[in-house]
Write a protein that binds this ligand. Structure first.
Ligand SMILES: Nc1ncnc2c1ncn2[C@@H]1O[C@H](COP(=O)(O)OP(=O)(O)OP(=O)(O)O)[C@@H](O)[C@H]1O
Length: 357
């Protein structure tokens, strides 16, 4: 039986249509870091370079494109360079080399005033530490960015009231931050980020300090807001489950470098190397893989079994397949691309049982 390989080239639109384009981005901390790029020293590992020059590679030659409306997750363990990368995007940290283009504007070449304009009007950042102003009520915390932009009081309060409602905080407009739980404070952080109607939302580990249940609520909130508003999001996390849940695509970083960029099913179905394979080994595969990863080619006639779509998650399709006791047809649109039967499903489930045993 041949397994049909999914098309691994389904990635983002490249180039001018991107909401965010990052090309050959480097950040080397330390004196003389800028002189290292392009020399043989740039090939040294992070540890070797530190030993030889005292400089630390935060981000090494990172490139990716994010099309409008995508949730792009950057995932890696502590020290992998995630925070440095996200801060380089708006030059909160000055990149050593490379280009960042947001909405067609070259951030790396922007003047101070262009940069201020970009940070105020095009991007918003949500941090782990909410950074709320303690002496201001929720409504004025949310309106703060608009106030800085010079928006009049009436208009900014009206906009703030709208986003407060959007993030589920109606009734708390007059509360002060210390009267709210951590989850609610982070909702204020979200509302504040949304108030300026940015085209790009940047999240730097926003939920890491929250209790697991609140964290789950907030992740669902991000999914809901994304469905409702369709904003482009770059989300930083060290949590693989969070990455798989939120990301349309995921960039996995290690030691400042890109290890793999792919959709959740590509990361789980075709890990780029042993590191990613190990990292993802305990993920329940049936919750992430789609039928295109488990189907096989029909032996002759595909039969007249139930019709399923190739991008359906295995777990969601399992009941139909197991109830049918025969091959089910897997389609991409109205084109037959394979068949899937009990054995295909059980193979995935048994493999995940073994991985977590
Ligand atoms: N200002 C700095 N000076 C020198 N080295 C730095 C500086 N900031 C970060 N680094 C180093 O750059 C590397 C990447 O750090 P970064 O904080 O971006 O990683 P991270 O993946 O966000 O980790 P964490 O999840 O722990 O925040 C680390 O080795 C870190 O020690």
């Amino acid at each position: 039986m041949t397994t049909v390989s999914p098309d691994e080239t389904t990635t983002a639109t490249v180039g001018a249509d991107s909401a965010l384009s990052v090309r050959h981005l480097w950040k080397i901390f330390g004196r003389g870091g800028d002189k290292i790029i392009g020399t043989p020293d740039a090939e040294l590992s992070r540890a070797e370079l530190k030993e030889k020059t005292g400089c630390v590679v935060g981000v090494r030659d990172v490139s990716f494109e994010v099309p409008p409306g995508e949730v792009f997750v950057v995932m890696g363990l502590s020290g992998s360079g995630k925070s440095t990368l996200v801060r380089c995007l708006t030059r909160l940290i000055e990149p050593t080399d490379g280009d960042v283009v947001i909405d067609g504007e070259d951030v790396t070449k922007a003047s101070d005033s262009q940069l201020r304009e970009l940070r105020r009007n095009h991007t918003s950042m949500v941090f782990q530490h909410f950074g709320l102003l303690p002496h201001r009520q929720v409504i004025d915390n949310v309106a703060y960015g608009l106030e800085i932009r010079g928006v009049g009081k009436k208009e900014r309060r009206a906009k703030a009231a709208e986003v407060v409602e959007l993030v589920g905080l109606s009734g708390y407009e007059r509360s002060y931050p210390d009267q709210l739980s951590g989850g609610m404070q982070q909702r204020v952080g979200l509302a504040r980020a949304l108030a300026g109607d940015p085209s790009l939302l940047l999240f730097d580990e926003p939920f890491s300090a929250l209790d697991p249940l609140i964290r789950r609520d907030m992740q669902n909130e991000v999914i809901r807001l994304h469905e409702e508003l369709g904003k482009t999001m770059v989300f930083i996390t060290h949590d693989l489950a969070e990455a798989l849940k939120l990301g349309d695509r995921i960039l996995i970083m290690r030691d400042g470098e890109v290890v793999q960029i792919g959709t959740p099913d590509q990361i789980i179905g075709a890990p780029a190397d042993e590191y990613v394979r190990d990292f993802t080994s305990e993920v329940p595969r049936s919750h992430v893989l789609t039928l295109k990863w488990v189907m096989h080619e029909p032996n002759g006639d595909a039969g007249d079994g139930p019709v399923l779509q190739s991008d359906q998650i295995v777990r969601d399709a399992a009941r139909v397949v197991l109830d049918h006791h025969g091959p089910c047809r897997v389609m991409e649109g109205d084109k037959l691309v394979g068949v899937v039967d009990d054995e295909d499903i059980l193979r995935v489930v048994v493999a995940e049982e073994e991985a977590t045993a």
